[in-house]
Design a protein around this ligand. Structure first.
Ligand SMILES: *Cc1c(COP(=O)(O)O)cnc(C)c1O
Length: 403
């Protein structure tokens, strides 16, 4: 893995560029299908719960429904969308530890029976609103090693969970297992090892008290193909499954994973257009390149320059000959240092200024700038109408089928 990555379906992209305005996201469903099958292959026997928030488009959800995937939701709105697509509630888990009691009741009435929890208050809500449901308890993680950490907001210390788990039975719930999230775009596979060791500890402690846990939800964290290289999905899976085997040599637990980014990230290309190029000071060696996509239009994960997308322009070479460009990115001949910024009137709307991308010196207003691996957390994070700009539009192609 690591940039460069699988070649996009350029004929589809060229067709879109000729017919619709930028910015837009093009999602190749064929990439998601391939990724799902790959996840199934490298994580044999593991239940794949797609984290809906990464890309909640009906096209994506429908595809994964047909492939037999499970789904992890964070709200009743995501639930409604899945049910509207005839996803059976038995294939849905309510993985948000922060939920209103009336939303739990809503999910329960519609047949959802798996819930995440990490606090006494939440568990009592579940006991009242979703009696008898199966609970997995979320272990807190550090999030170190992750480009987009989710640390500290979710989960609780194993000792807290231990008390909750023993209490769950008394409340009429079924404490089935544990979950954790090592942080999104996790580049250190060892982070799973630590959390799995915590699971081992809790499995043992609970067994001594007569409660048998049986499931570990390994969460998200699987990477997309950004500028920073990561190991291949097969390496991630091999290592993670080995950690589980080492800690659970007998009676292996049921395993779930919840890929969001790792499922859809690489399937998207965000196309934008250069609006303005300027130089603020004659001595500056860099130019400012303003494009029509920004932090509020789908690229919020550039906040703090956390996620660094591979970037191409259509001037680097013709789209038809992009193969070499993708392969060789970033190239010396792309020789202008730029600060990349979005189009809105908020000074926060700067994509990259510390990491200086190099773009062709002859880049001009009207040229396209493409952000690769933008299939995750772009449309779902896009603002509704800041400065009047509409939310990021997405178009779906199926690259395995004729254009
Ligand atoms: C967001 C989220 C995921 C997906 O994480 P990725 O790193 O995008 O794969 C999985 N599980 C939970 C509970 C989440 O909140």
């Amino acid at each position: 893995m690591g940039a460069p990555q699988e070649l996009p379906e350029w004929p589809h992209l060229e067709k879109l560029l000729a017919t619709v305005p930028t910015p837009f996201l093009m999602v190749n469903l064929a990439d998601i299908r391939r990724r799902y099958l790959e996840l199934q292959r490298v994580f044999p026997g593991v239940k794949i719960y797609y984290s809906v928030k990464a890309n909640p488009a009906v096209q994506v959800l429908g595809l994964l429904r047909d492939l037999g995937a499970y789904f992890d939701i964070a709200s009743i709105y995501e639930l409604d969308r899945l049910l509207g697509l005839s996803v059976p509630p038995a294939r849905i888990s309510y993985g948000n530890t922060i939920k209103k009691e009336k939303d739990i009741a809503y999910a329960y009435e519609r047949g959802v029976r798996y819930y995440a929890s990490d606090s006494d208050e939440d568990m009592r809500k579940i006991a009242r609103a979703a009696p008898g449901s199966r609970i997995f308890f979320r272990i807190i993680t550090e999030g170190s090693g992750a480009d987009w950490p989710l640390s500290k907001k979710f989960g609780a210390h194993p000792d807290v969970l231990f008390t909750l788990i023993l209490e769950a039975r008394e409340l009429g719930l079924d404490p089935m297992g544990l979950s954790f999230h090592v942080g999104s775009q996790q580049r250190d596979i060892g982070q799973w090892d630590q959390s799995i060791a915590h699971c081992r500890y809790l499995f043992d402690a609970c067994r001594e008290k007569g409660t048998e846990l049986s499931m570990i939800n390994l969460g998200g964290g699987l990477p997309s193909n950004y500028l920073h290289e990561t190991l291949g999905l097969d390496v991630y899976a091999g290592e993670i499954l080995r950690f589980v085997e080492e800690d659970f040599p007998k009676n292996p637990p049921e395993l779930w994973i919840e890929p969001g980014r790792g499922m859809v990230g690489d399937a998207g290309i965000l196309a934008s257009e250069v609006v303005l190029i300027s130089q603020k000071n004659r001595r500056d060696i860099h130019k400012w390149v303003y494009i029509d996509a920004g932090l509020f239009g789908g690229l919020i994960e550039t906040l703090g320059e956390a996620i660094k997308y591979p970037i191409l322009t259509d001037r680097t070479s013709s789209l038809a000959a992009t193969e070499t460009v993708v392969r060789d990115y970033p190239r010396e001949r792309a020789d202008m240092e730029v600060v990349l910024a979005g189009p809105t009137c908020d000074s926060m709307d700067i994509l990259y200024q510390n990491h200086r991308y190099r773009l062709p010196r002859d880049l001009s207003v009207g040229d396209h700038v493409f952000f690769l691996s933008t299939g995750a957390y772009t449309t779902s994070y896009s603002s509704v109408e800041f400065n009047g700009f509409p939310p990021l539009k997405a178009y779906f192609i199926d690259g395995d089928q004729p254009a």
